[in-house]
Design a protein around this ligand. Structure first.
Ligand SMILES: Nc1ncnc2c1ncn2[C@@H]1O[C@H](COP(=O)(O)OP(=O)(O)O)[C@@H](O)[C@H]1O
Ligand SMILES: [Mg+2]
Length: 365
C-alpha cells in the first residue's frame, strides 16, 4: 500500500463530504430522493485504477502517466479532468494518489476565495504530492493569477506591505501536481488551461459498462440482482455511473420492502416507475425542461436564462445536470439563438410533430 495521507481543507461540500454511510443508513423518503445526489454512492467509489470500469482511453493514458512518473521519479504533470457530473472525475482524482503512493490534499474552486486560502495547501504539500482542486472553473480570478507561477515554476510570489514600501518575496515550493476537475472546461481562462499539460475528457458510459458497474456494486451492497434487472437500471441511468448507483440504492430499498430484497426485472421496473424515471432514463426535472421548452417557448429557440426563470432552477444546474444528456439523446439542440426541442424530443413527450419540417428548427406553433 502506498503512503496515503488525506489532508482535507475547508470543505466545499459535494464530493469531498467524508461522511461514512454504513450499509443500513436510512435513505431519504421516496419523494425527496435526488437521483443526482453526489453523496449517496460514496461507499461505491472505486479505490484503485483496476476497479474502474470503462473509460478505457482515459485509463490507458493515466497508466502511462503513472508509469512515467514512477520511472522518472518525477511528479506527475498537472492534470485537468473534464466532463459532465457523475462520470468519474473525483474518482480518477482520488485513485491517482493511491496508485502513485503520494499524499493528496483536496479543495475546491468556490472555497478558495483569496490567494491566502491556497497558501496552506502549498506549504503543506510534499514533493510529488497531489493537490486536487474540484470545480476549478469556479476559482476567482485573483486565485487563478496567483496559481500561475505556482504551477509553472513551483514558486509563490507574496507581496508584503503597501505602496512604496511594498516588496515581493519569492518562496520556492516542492514540485507537486495539481489535478483540476471541471464540468466546464470552456469556462477556464486560456492561461490556466495551458498550465495543464495533461487534459483528459470523460465521456458518457455505454450500457454494457454501466451494467458491469451495477452488477459489481450490487455485490458490494450484498444485494441479489438478476442480470436483466442490472441491464434495465444501466439502460435508464442516463449513461452516468453516479445515477446508476443511485438507482441501485433506490431499487434495493424498494426490493427490501416489496420483494424480500431480490431485484428481478419486474421489481426494477416498478421501482423506477415509482421514481418516475422513464424509458429513456429521464426524470421529472428533465421532462419538465422539455415541456417548458415546448409549452412556454413554442419549442424554442429559447435562451438559457429564460428557461431557467421559467423552471425556477439555476442556469448552472440546467447546463450541468439537465442539458448534456438531452443533447446526447438528440432531444434538444443548442443553436446560436437558443435551445430548441427536436422532433425526437417531441416524440419522447408523446407528441407527433405537426410538420416534420418544423421540428428541430423551433417555432413549432
Ligand atoms: N469508471 C467508473 N467505474 C466505476 N464506478 C464509477 C466510475 N466512474 C464513476 N463511478 C461511480 O460514480 C460515482 C460518481 O463519480 P464521481 O467520480 O464522483 O463523478 P464526478 O466527480 O465526475 O462528478 C462514484 O462514486 C463511483 O461510485
Ligand atoms: Mg466530483
Amino acid at each position: 500500500m502506498g503512503r496515503q495521507t488525506v489532508i482535507r481543507g475547508d470543505d466545499g461540500g459535494g464530493d469531498d463530504d467524508d461522511v461514512e454511510r454504513p450499509f443500513s443508513a436510512p435513505l431519504p423518503p421516496p419523494d425527496s430522493i435526488n437521483l443526482k445526489d453526489e453523496n449517496l454512492d460514496e461507499q461505491l467509489r472505486p479505490q484503485r485504477l483496476a476497479d474502474v470500469v470503462g473509460q478505457r482511453k482515459v485509463v490507458e493514458r493515466l497508466q502511462i502517466l503513472i508509469d512515467a512518473a514512477r520511472l522518472r521519479k518525477d511528479p506527475l504533470g498537472h492534470l485537468l479532468l473534464d466532463g459532465p457530473p457523475g462520470l468519474g472525475k473525483t474518482t480518477f482524482a482520488t485513485v491517482l494518489p493511491k496508485e502513485l503512493g503520494v499524499e493528496v490534499q483536496i479543495t475546491s474552486g468556490p472555497v478558495l476565495t483569496a490567494p491566502k486560502d491556497l497558501l496552506p495547501y502549498l506549504t503543506n504539500g510534499s514533493r510529488g504530492s497531489i493537490l486536487f482542486i474540484d470545480e476549478i472553473h469556479r476559482m476567482p480570478a485573483t486565485v487563478e493569477e496567483f496559481i500561475y507561477p505556482v504551477m509553472e515554476d513551483f514558486r509563490v510570489d507574496i507581496t508584503l506591505g503597501e505602496g512604496l514600501s511594498a516588496r515581493t518575496i519569492n518562496m520556492p515550493l516542492e514540485p507537486f501536481t495539481v489535478i483540476g476537475a471541471t464540468t466546464r472546461s470552456g469556462m477556464l481562462s486560456a492561461p490556466l488551461r495551458d498550465r495543464f499539460v495533461n487534459r483528459l475528457h470523460l465521456d458518457f458510459y455505454s450500457v454494457e459498462d454501466l451494467t458491469e458497474i451495477v452488477t459489481r456494486n450490487a455485490r458490494k451492497l450484498r444485494t441479489e440482482i438478476e442480470p436483466a434487472a442490472a441491464f434495465e437500471l444501466a439502460r435508464r441511468a442516463r449513461a452516468t455511473p453516479r445515477i446508476a448507483n443511485n438507482l441501485l440504492h433506490w431499487v434495493r430499498d424498494f426490493a427490501t420492502v416489496k420483494a424480500k430484497g431480490h431485484i428481478t426485472v419486474d421489481v426494477a421496473r416498478d421501482a423506477l416507475r415509482m421514481q418516475e424515471v422513464d424509458e429513456a432514463g429521464l426524470d421529472e426535472q428533465d421532462r419538465k425542461y422539455m415541456t417548458t421548452l415546448l409549452r412556454i417557448f413554442a419549442g424554442g429557440p429559447a435562451g438559457l436564462q429564460s428557461i431557467s426563470h421559467s423552471l425556477n432552477l439555476p442556469p448552472d444546474t440546467l447546463e450541468d445536470e439537465v442539458e448534456p444528456f438531452l443533447l446526447r439523446l438528440g432531444f434538444i439542440q443548442r443553436t446560436p439563438r437558443g435551445r430548441v426541442l427536436t422532433a425526437e424530443g417531441l416524440q419522447h413527450l408523446g407528441i407527433t410533430p405537426p410538420d416534420s419540417r418544423g421540428a428541430g428548427q423551433g417555432q413549432l406553433f
